[in-house]
Design a binder for this molecule. Sequence first.
Ligand SMILES: Nc1ncnc2c1ncn2[C@@H]1O[C@H](COP(=O)(O)OP(=O)(O)OP(=O)(O)O)[C@@H](O)[C@H]1O
Length: 583
Amino acid sequence: MHDTLKKVWQLFTPAEQRKAVWMLLLALFMAMAETVGVISIMPFLSVLARPGVIEENPWLHALYASLGFAEPRTFIIALGLASVVLVLASSVFKTITQHLLNRFVHLLRHSISSRLIARYLAQPYEFFIHRNTAELSKSILAEVDMVMGNLIQPFSQVIVQGIVLLAMLALVFAYNPLTALAIVAVVGTLYGLIYLLVRRRLKRIGTEIVEANRQRYQTCNEALQGIRDIKITHAEAAYQQRYQQASRTQARHMAANETLSQTPLYLVEATGYTGLILIALALLLKSGDVAHVLPALGLYGFAAYRMLPAAQIMYRGFARLKFVSATLDGLYRDMSLPLPTAAPTNQPPIVPRQEIRLSGIRYAYSATLGKPVLDSFDLVIPVNTSVGIQGPSGAGKSTVMDILLGLLCPQAGTLSVDGQPVTARNLPAWQAAIGYVPQHIYIADASVAANIAFGTAADQIDMQAVQRAACAAQIHDFVMNELPQGYDTPVGDRGIRLSGGQRQRIGIARALYRDPLVLFMDEATSALDGATEAAVNEAVRALSGSKTIVVIAHREASLKDCAQVIALTPSPHGIRGDFMLKT
Ligand SMILES: Nc1ncnc2c1ncn2[C@@H]1O[C@H](COP(=O)(O)OP(=O)(O)OP(=O)(O)O)[C@@H](O)[C@H]1O
C-alpha cells in the first residue's frame, strides 16, 4: 500500500503536492467539525435526562453559573439551541470543505490527463509505432478517471472518516475504555478478516479489468475505423462479440468490486446494532434506571451512527486501493515516460542551399533489430532538383522518407543539410522548411480550409495561402464549384464526404500551404487520374520555380519528370541500401 500511495504522490506536481497537504489539513478540520457537531448533543441529552447532572459535573456547573441561568429548564433549551447552531455551522463548514475537496480531485483528474496527453505527444514518432493508439486513448480518457474515482476520491474520504472514527473512539474511550476497546476489537477483526479474504480477488479483477478495458477500446477503434471492410466482409457479428466479451468482463468485475467493497457494511451494521442493544440491556440491568442509561445510550448510539459508516468508507477506500493498483501501475509508468528536452521554438527554418544528405545510415525497426532495413545507406539530394525513389514494395522507401523527415532516428549515420547535421535540437527548424504529403492522408472532421491549413488556429488561417495551395493541388475548382459552402464546407469524419483523389489533393494542398522549399511526396499522386496527376506535378514544379522535391512512387510514369531516380533494391543479405542512379 505504501508503494501505491508513493506512486499516487509522484503523479502530483509540486504545487499539487502542496495543495494536497492543505486539503489534508482541511479534511482534518472537517473531521473535527463533524465530531464537534456530534459531541455537542451530549450535554443536552445528559441534562435533559437528569437535570441533577448540572450540580455534579464541574464543566456544566461552571457554564450554568457563569452564564447566569436561574433554572435548569432554560439551560436545557440553551444547550439544545447551542447544539443545533453547532451542528448547522459544522454542516456549512463540511459542505464548503467537501466542495473544495471535490474541486481538488476533479482538477487533479484534469491536470493528470492533460499532462499525460502532453507527455504522449512529446514522445518521438517511434514511440507510436510500438504503442496501440486505442490503448493510449484509454489511458488518457478512462484510466485517469478510474484512478481518480477509485483511489484519490475514496482516499480523501479514508482520511476524513479515519479522523472521525478516531474522535468517536476517543469519546467512547473517555466514557468507558473497555467498551472502546471492545468496539476496536470487534469492528477491526471483522473488517480485517474480510479485507484479508477479498484483497487477492480485488487485485486479480483489477488486473483483468485493465486488459478488458484495453480490448474494449481497441475493438471500438478497429470496428469504427475499418467500417468499410467490416461491411464488405460482414464482420459485424465478430466485432460485436469481441466487444461484448470484453465489456461483459469489465461489467462483472466492476460489479464484483462494488459488492466486495460494500458487503461488510450489512454485516458490521448488524453487529453494531446488536452490540448497541446488548450495551443498552447491560446498562439497564446494572443501574435499573432508564434516566441513567439514556445519556450513555445517546453517546453510544451517536458514536455508532458516525463510526460504522466511517469504518465502512475506510474499508471501501482500502479495497479500492487494491482494485485499482494495476491501473495505477500503467498510469504511473506512462507518466514517467522521459520527456525529450524541448528544442528552442524560435529557430529560423533550415533551408538547404546546396544539398540534403544521408550518410552511413543504419536503421532497424525495434521489432526486427537484427535485420536493418537500411545499412550503410547514402543518399545525396541536390537542391532545386526533383529526385524519385523507386523500388519494390517493402524495399524501404517510406523508411528513407521518414528518416529524411526526421520522424525516425537512425541507429547510425547522419541526416545533414548543407553539412549541418539535423539533431533533436534543430529538428523543428528542419521540419519548418519542409512540406510532406504522406501515403495515407489524414483528413480531420473540419472544413476544407482548416484541413489545408492543418494545425493552424481557425482565426489565423491565411485564406490567400489556402487558395494558392488548393489551385496548385488542382482542387480549387472543385471546392468553389461543387461544395455548398466552398472552403468552409465540412468534409466529415476522416473526409468521408470526399473521394480518394479529392482527399489526396487536399493532402497535397496542405503540404503546399506554407510554400515550403523542400517537398516530400510519398505515393502522393497514386489516387489521381493521369491528367490530374500531370497537372499536379506541373503545378508543384511551377509553384515557386525553385523547389527540392523528393517523390516516392511505384509507377514509372509518376517519376518521369524527376531529374534522377534512385532505385532501392534489397541486397541478398536482407540489408537494403544499394541504390542505382538513373538520370
Ligand atoms: N513499424 C515497423 N516495424 C517493423 N518493421 C517495419 C515497420 N515498418 C516497416 N517495416 C518493415 O520495413 C521494411 C521497409 O518498409 P517500408 O514501408 O519502408 O517499405 P516501402 O518500400 O515504403 O514499401 P511500400 O512500397 O509497400 O510502401 C518492410 O520489410 C517492412 O515490413
